[in-house]
Design a protein around this ligand. Structure first.
Ligand SMILES: Cc1cc2nc3c(=O)[nH]c(=O)nc-3n(C[C@H](O)[C@H](O)[C@H](O)COP(=O)(O)OP(=O)(O)OC[C@H]3O[C@@H](n4cnc5c(N)ncnc54)[C@H](O)[C@@H]3O)c2cc1C
Length: 389
């Protein structure tokens, strides 16, 4: 699958490892994911074989340190792989992000018992999920009401979570719950909960606009008994952990949106060259040319912004502002240009026969989760105010 101008772009500056990874991810995405992407979307079923296939390639430990069983590559590499996977299916790429982030989280915050699960996450045998959001508490994470109360044997968990990606198939769920009295940002802990534990009920799979096949559902917890060592990271310190985690996950979501924009751009360019109206290919019309020119430019700009933030992350710098900027720009950019790519397809763009229709539905989520883009603007504005103080 040709990718147009990109071959002359920045990947010539990638390291050997990054270039090799890009080739591996691209080969798998084009060979295995792309032929199944439309069926995953249509059937709305989690594709366990593809998930396992990504694990078998070593992709889930991509930027986990070697000492913990990972490949020890950097966040730039993770973004490169993410872009390649998302270019062929946003939903499969979304599934890829979850074990990558979980492995890092388990390594950084897990107790020994949790760390012992990392090999199973990397092999795809243990599917993790993260449950922060609740029906009435989305952007306002600090107000969440799911509650864990300590007793003689450990903890008792009660409450409900909403929108848990892979919630329907998850073996272990990182549940963020109120664990003390006091302000939310100082009273939330992260508990590792077995998906099959007594008292855990998975809701029906949500019927979503796009991103099908991710078994997204609500989870309820009723009198769920947890051992004393279920807490990951410092007790009552999970709000900070979640916010820290967002830096990396926002890079991943940015790269996911970028991959979908890239796919839409490639499809729109090919379509514009082939489609003839008024006696000529529509790519000859300036109105179409300008849409493609803007797409190409904004895609390149998003890639630079994402990789810049990833490099800062790799160098150990705080990246709250840069990750938010990458997420904001890349996801707004992708939503706009996937829509323009659909426009270039005319009526065909509105048909399931063409991939751009799926991209249009899938990409929209990127502006909403991992913190809405309004929340990204708040974060950027806050950081800017601090920098200028
Ligand atoms: C498909 C899907 C998968 C998801 N997967 C997961 C998952 O795996 N785990 C998980 O924990 N969560 C998950 N989420 C939840 C997601 O993170 C939330 O939907 C998101 O954080 C927004 O919360 P909300 O939907 O409650 O919207 P709200 O917070 O109610 O926001 C509604 C609107 O108000 C705006 N708004 C809110 N507060 C402010 C403010 N202070 N200033 C300006 N504007 C504001 C928002 O930007 C938005 O436009 C998922 C969601 C979806 C749709």
């Amino acid at each position: 699958m040709a990718d147009g101008s990109r071959t002359a772009e920045m990947h010539r500056f990638y390291t050997d490892d990054q270039r090799a990874l890009r080739e591996t991810a691209r080969r798998f995405a084009e060979g295995e994911i792309l032929p199944r992407a439309a069926a995953i979307d249509r059937d709305d079923r989690f594709d366990r074989a593809l998930y396992k296939g990504m694990a078998d390639l070593g992709l889930f430990g991509i930027c986990l340190r070697e000492g913990a069983g990972g490949a020890g590559l950097d966040a730039v590499a993770a973004c490169i792989a993410m872009e390649e996977l998302a270019r062929c299916s946003g939903a499969v790429a979304n599934a890829f992000a979850i074990p990558v982030e979980a492995a890092l989280f388990f390594d950084e915050h897990g107790q020994d018992r949790h760390k012992a699960m990392i090999p199973a996450i990397l092999s795809g045998d243990l599917i993790p999920a993260t449950a922060v959001s609740e029906a009435d508490h989305g952007s306002d994470v600090a107000s969440l009401t799911t509650k864990a109360v300590r007793d003689a044997d450990g903890w008792v968990l009660d409450g409900a979570k909403a929108w848990v990606t892979l919630g329907g198939v998850a073996d272990q769920i990182m549940v963020f719950a109120r664990s003390a009295d006091g302000p939310g940002h100082k009273a939330i802990s992260c508990f590792l909960v077995e998906g099959s534990a007594e008292g855990v009920v998975r809701g029906k799979t949500e019927e979503l606009l796009g991103m099908h096949g991710l078994e997204d559902c609500a989870l309820t917890f009723t009198n769920v008994r947890l051992p004393g060592d279920a807490v990951m990271g410092p007790e009552n310190g999970a709000f900070k952990m979640a916010m820290g985690n967002f830096n990396f996950s926002r890079l991943m979501m940015s790269a996911m949106a970028l991959g979908m924009a890239q796919a839409a751009f490639e499809d729109a360019t090919a379509y514009a060259k082939a489609r003839r109206q008024f006696g000529q290919a529509i790519i000859g019309y300036q109105a179409v040319q300008f849409m493609l020119a803007d797409m190409s430019t904004d895609i390149a700009a998003a890639r630079l912004l994402i990789h810049h933030a990833a490099r800062l992350y790799d160098a150990g710098h705080p990246i709250a502002k840069e990750a938010a900027q990458a997420k904001l720009f890349a996801t707004d950019m992708a939503t706009k240009h996937v829509s323009n790519a659909l426009q270039i397809h005319g009526g065909n763009g509105y048909s399931r026969e063409y991939r751009v229709e799926r991209l249009f539905r899938d990409v929209r989520l990127a502006q909403i989760y991992e913190g809405t883009n309004q929340i990204q603007r708040l974060i950027i504005a806050r950081q800017v105010a601090k920098e200028m103080a």
